[in-house]
Design a protein. Structure first.
Length: 319
């Protein structure tokens, strides 16, 4: 992953703002921060694989260094709230020299993990704001720690985070990690891509300078993102999508057998949308689908770190 430019769309976080408690008040949530933790740059040992099963959902997570990179700078989080009525899923794809990428990604994951220490808000907008707050706070922590070490200066990470309940989900992202929503229909599986990469090649694809998705893998700008946490000067802005709009709330309903796939670009850059769809069509079970998709990415070169989380609403669950 290549550091982005310094022209972004959303508002900056002021480094002079005092640290506050995380708030779920919709009036203050986007301004709130969590007390920073910057004592060490050590990162915990990566859990390569994780399985999770609740009465209403089955989930699997996998991460792999790939075939080319020396270190795995991806991190993920897959965990349930204590009442087991919601899941928090996060994929972070770090970038930066030396150990900077893995440190930035770990800071992001650790920041989002703090959401699990509080009850999940019942109001959709408050829940959205709580997730959004974590993006700004993780960005602040990454830049603060990056400024304390020359080896970590400029480190950053792309992030996609989602809150999933038995009946619906919401997600936010900065960068090019993706979320797909796959739904069985009588005519077959419907594939819905719920994220839009913050990347140069995505813009080139939109304006027709790149013919199709297959050309992205070979484009010299394929690793350049235009939004991330950290990875820029202190006064730089960054984009977080989707936006909350009064006429259109980014809350998506879930049905029994629905499947969500969250992944870093190490997967979607190696396994394009049509092959990915074919794998899901053949076997949508997260327990077997997750390693199958990882192996497909490795078979296609494994040029980047690969991380994916698959989440399926159980067929006998009614929201």
């Amino acid at each position: 992953m290549v550091n982005p430019s310094e022209s972004f769309e959303s508002k900056p976080v002021e480094t002079s703002t005092p640290a506050l408690e995380l708030s779920t008040n919709p009036e203050v949530a986007t301004e709130a921060t969590i007390e920073a933790t910057t004592e060490t740059t050590a990162t915990p040992e990566i859990i390569r694989q994780q399985s999770l099963s609740l009465p209403w959902v089955t989930a699997e997570a996998l991460t792999d260094v790939g075939k080319v990179r020396e270190r795995n700078e991806d991190r993920y989080l897959l965990a349930a709230w204590p009442d087991e009525l919601a899941l928090l899923a996060v994929v972070a794809d770090g970038m930066g020299g030396n150990r900077g990428g893995e440190v930035a990604a770990q800071i992001a994951v650790d920041t989002f993990r703090e959401l699990l220490d509080q009850p999940l808000p019942s109001d959709d907008k408050v829940r959205f704001d709580a997730l959004l707050t974590c993006f700004y706070e993780a960005d602040r922590r990454i830049r603060e720690q990056g400024g304390q070490s020359f080896d970590l200066w400029g480190m950053g990470t792309t992030v996609l985070a989602a809150i999933i309940t038995p009946k619906d989900y919401l997600h936010l992202y900065a960068g090019d990690c993706r979320i797909y929503h796959l739904r069985p229909r009588d005519s077959g599986i419907e594939l819905m891509r719920r994220s839009h990469d913050h990347s140069v090649v995505e813009l080139l694809l939109e304006i027709g300078r790149i013919a199709d998705e297959a050309d992205i893998a070979h484009h010299p700008m394929r690793g350049v993102v235009n939004s991330c946490l950290g990875g820029r000067s202190a006064d730089g802005n960054f984009s977080i999508d989707p936006k909350w709009q009064e006429e259109e709330h980014p809350i998506y309903p879930l049905e029994p057998n629905d499947l969500l796939l969250l992944c870093s670009d190490g997967l979607h850059g190696a396994v394009l949308s049509q092959p990915l769809f074919d794998y899901v069509q053949a076997d949508p079970n997260p327990v077997t689908l997750t390693p199958t998709l990882l192996q497909a990415a490795l078979d296609n070169g494994g040029k980047d770190n690969i991380t994916l989380i698959t989440i399926q609403v159980k067929p006998d669950h009614e929201s």
